[in-house]
Write a protein that binds this ligand. Sequence first.
Ligand code: BTN
Length: 243
Amino acid sequence: MNIISFDSLPSTNKYCELLDLNRCEEFTVISAKAQTAGIGQRGNVWESHPNENLTFSLILKPTFLPISHQFQLTKSISIGIANWLRSIVPNQYKIHIKWPNDIYVDNRKICGTLISTKVNSSGISAAIAGIGLNVNQTHFSDWIPNPVSLKQLTDSTFNLDNALRELNTHIISQYQHLLDDIHTPDQDYLNRLLNLGERKQYIFHNQPIHATIQDVNQFGHLVLKTDDGQQITCQMKEIQYVI
Ligand code: BTN
């Protein structure tokens, strides 16, 4: 693992997008103590106080993964993060993956991930896995829904350099299991999936519905059964959780 650390960047993902990834070693980590324009899912901004959290991008080369199975990468990264958190967060708290790749402690979000894959004529050539994890921050803006940090959960302050190295070790270890069998993360992902098998409320195409998550299919789409027995399969922009 090769960690390159910046005091400040607009966004570690943006920085990596501008690199020639062919000339970058796999497992290079671009980390920033502060981001001035951090990017979140669904076009949101990712807010993180300077010097308090982890904001980084890990460069991967999952050339062995067929494009049709690229969601396996999301699964293995999410499991790596969840496993590292499990080794730190007291057992009274549950650690879940909220589909597709947010990490929740009970019903509060501790980590978000933004993965982009690069494709050439032979398939996937590289991936940029951008990760924001709340570590020592204890005050969050009101607009951020249900945030939580490691410090709030443990009352301890964490050394960010150690945390960065340990977290990436866990992620890379899960990623390397994919090389043996790309289906290795399937069961662990479902075991950690928030709301699996539980009837809950969602907003689907702007309408409130009650439904039960049944599965996540090979394309990474969420599969739910509604109260009237209908099966729906949806992508991220189609559904919102009510938490
Ligand atoms: C989400 O909205 O849940 C995804 C958040 C991803 C944030 C991380 S922080 C490091 C990397 N650089 C970015 O600009 N975004 C990702």
